[in-house]
Write a protein that binds this ligand. Structure first.
Ligand code: 9B3
Ligand code: ZN
Ligand code: ZN
Length: 441
């Protein structure tokens, strides 16, 4: 009898404790995430409808400590654009107040970006039994240098490492040259660069993925075998090592390289505005503090100069140029620097259309495609336009996943899908280019 009573009392006490506990937990959660202001850095998706709203959002993005994710520069914010803006916690209140005052609708795209960043940089050896492969994780610059070496050592018959120059901070720029074991006279070549923009982490991840896939499936997969037998493939896994390093150590949102400017305290040039293609006209900036700063003169940056020099000295063999960026899911071709159509516009259009169709069919994912200036924005000084004008008439820029759900902070679990679909597009285009550039006997 007594014990039963005691048990009942204890039970009610337990219930009460549980109740109090839940209430406290909820209050804590409310305080932590907050309904109006978060204690986290956020990414906002802002729907700009009118010209006046465009002016206001442009001002917010340039006057407050924020980072514009999309479009790349405030000048591309017009009526009818969706803007993705990274806002540090300390500015969230001010920014959202301003948006509300001007009746600009917005939603939170990402809350707690700190957690996502942590997820992306988690120590790889944390769980040795994890089923996730090396290629389904992001890697630090040191890791990537180590990987380049190891890959070359493990495949001495198919891989050569070429030093094409060094970065502003004197880091080496290594290119992997992949070749099939078949010797053919007058071998054609293709070029792929990744990591022009530091924060686009999926891009170097793709280069690593591509190299690994090519080496593993040579003589197993017909497409890869045909590609490597017909073409040497030059792969530059990280074109902007200084910037990439900086995104791992200091600022995950960094885009440019890390060169010091003579005229200002701002750091970095946009390497994809530094090439000699209508250099520094509309769509680029001559102000060193801007994200799309074009640099002091064309190829003023050692990274751009190294790539340009290499391609100039290989321009007769290189038939296909490909530059990997993110995000937005687009397959682009020249021009970006002008609204003019290139002479083989229809041919290039067909190639990206077919590639996008395959991605849709096999991965149920939509990629936009077309000439850059019309598909994304007018922008001069890009590597693809420059390569095209050099004579590489199959020249492309891929913008990989996603469409803005995670943007630059694409979680590692998405790497394999993003890379597989890009690989499908690459194979589709490369095999067509191999047919089209068959040497005449
Ligand atoms: C820009 C240019 Cl200038 C080009 N030639 N091709 C593609 C783009 C888009 C990328 C950029 O540099 O802004 C997207 Se991250
Ligand atoms: Zn980019
Ligand atoms: Zn981009």
């Amino acid at each position: 009898m007594l014990t039963k009573h005691l048990a009942q009392v204890l039970d009610t006490l337990n219930m009460k404790a549980l109740l109090i506990w839940t209430v406290l937990l909820n209050i804590y959660k409310l305080l932590k995430t907050g309904d109006c202001t978060s204690t986290h850095d956020q990414v906002l998706s802002i729907h700009v409808t009118t010209h006046q709203q465009a002016d206001i959002v442009r001002n917010i993005s340039s006057q407050y400590e924020t980072v514009l994710w999309s479009p790349a520069s405030p000048e591309h914010i017009e009526a009818d654009t969706e803007v993705h803006l990274f806002v540090p916690a300390n500015n969230l209140g001010t920014v959202t107040d301003l948006l509300q005052t001007h009746h600009i609708t917005h939603q939170v795209l990402l809350d707690n970006t700190e957690e996502l960043i942590k997820m992306q940089t988690r120590n790889e050896s944390s769980d040795p039994r994890s089923s996730v492969s090396y290629y389904e994780r992001y890697h630090s610059l040191e890791d990537i240098y180590y990987w380049i070496n190891r890959t070359a050592q493990e495949h001495p018959d198919m891989v050569k490492v070429i030093l094409i120059g060094s970065s502003y901070e004197k880091r080496p720029l290594y290119v992997l040259k992949l070749s099939g074991r078949q010797e053919r006279a007058e071998k054609r070549a293709m070029w792929i660069d990744c990591g022009i923009h530091a924060r686009e982490w999926i891009s170097p991840a793709f280069c690593l993925w591509f190299v690994q896939y090519s080496l593993n499936f040579y003589n197993l997969n017909n497409d890869i075998t045909e590609m490597l037998n017909s073409m040497d493939i030059y792969v530059l896994p990280v074109m902007n090592p200084d910037g990439y390093k900086y995104t791992w150590t200091t600022n995950r949102m960094w885009r440019k390289n890390r060169s010091l400017s003579k005229e200002s305290n701002c750091v970095g040039t946009d390497l994809n505005r530094n090439f000699d293609a209508n250099w520094c006209t509309k769509g680029a900036s001559n102000r060193p503090c801007d994200e799309i700063y074009c640099g002091q003169f064309p190829e003023s940056e050692p990274e751009a100069e190294a790539v340009a020099n290499f391609l100039r000295s290989h321009k007769d063999s290189v038939k296909l140029y490909l530059s990997i960026h993110s995000y937005g899911q687009m397959l682009l071709f020249p021009y970006s620097c002008s609204n003019e159509e290139v002479p083989n516009h229809a041919e290039l259009f067909e190639l990206v259309q077919e590639a996008a169709m395959k991605i849709r069919r096999y991965y149920r994912n939509n990629y936009k495609y077309g000439a850059s200036a019309k598909t994304i924005y007018l922008a001069p000084g890009g590597s693809d336009d420059w390569a095209y004008n050099l004579g590489i008439h199959y020249s492309f820029t891929f913008e990989l996943e996603d469409r803005g759900r995670y943007g630059f902070l694409l979680p590692p679990s998405f790497i394999s899908k993003a890379c597989n679909e890009a690989l499908l597009a690459l194979k589709s285009i490369a095999l067509r280019v191999i047919q089209k550039t068959q040497p005449q006997p």
